[in-house]
Design a binder for this molecule. Structure first.
Ligand SMILES: [Zn+2]
Length: 112
């Protein structure tokens, strides 16, 4: 990977990390447990709990992705970015542009 490509992916990873952090902050309230004494009808309370579950699931996905992005930034700092952690082949740039946090090449990701 050339230095230009490294900075391209660093920028991409940092932008994605910032977006995820912002989204996690913005949804902290939505994912909070529905207060039992909120004096709303039973159905509305069920709706609120369902929305809370969905917000929680989305936050978990975003938290996992955020950790993967931080790990990718660490690999980038060590000069190990873009190399599959399993087979040590270079990961295709086209794949990294879609999933900059990808730790595995397409082949290894399929086998998992
Ligand atoms: Zn691989």
């Amino acid at each position: 990977m050339t230095p230009e490509q490294s900075s391209e992916f660093r920028a991409l990873l940092e932008t994605t990390r910032d977006e995820l952090s912002a989204s996690l902050e913005a949804t902290a309230d939505e994912a909070a447990p529905v207060s039992p004494d909120s004096s709303i009808g039973r159905l509305t309370r069920q709706d609120a709990m369902q929305a809370q579950q969905m917000a929680l699931a989305l936050r978990r996905r975003n938290q996992v992705r955020l950790r993967q992005i931080e790990a990718a930034l660490e690999r980038l700092a060590r000069g190990e970015y873009g190399v599959c952690l399993r087979c040590e082949e270079e990961i295709a740039l086209a794949r990294l542009r879609v999933h900059p946090e990808a730790p595995f090449c397409v082949k290894c990701a399929e086998w998992r």
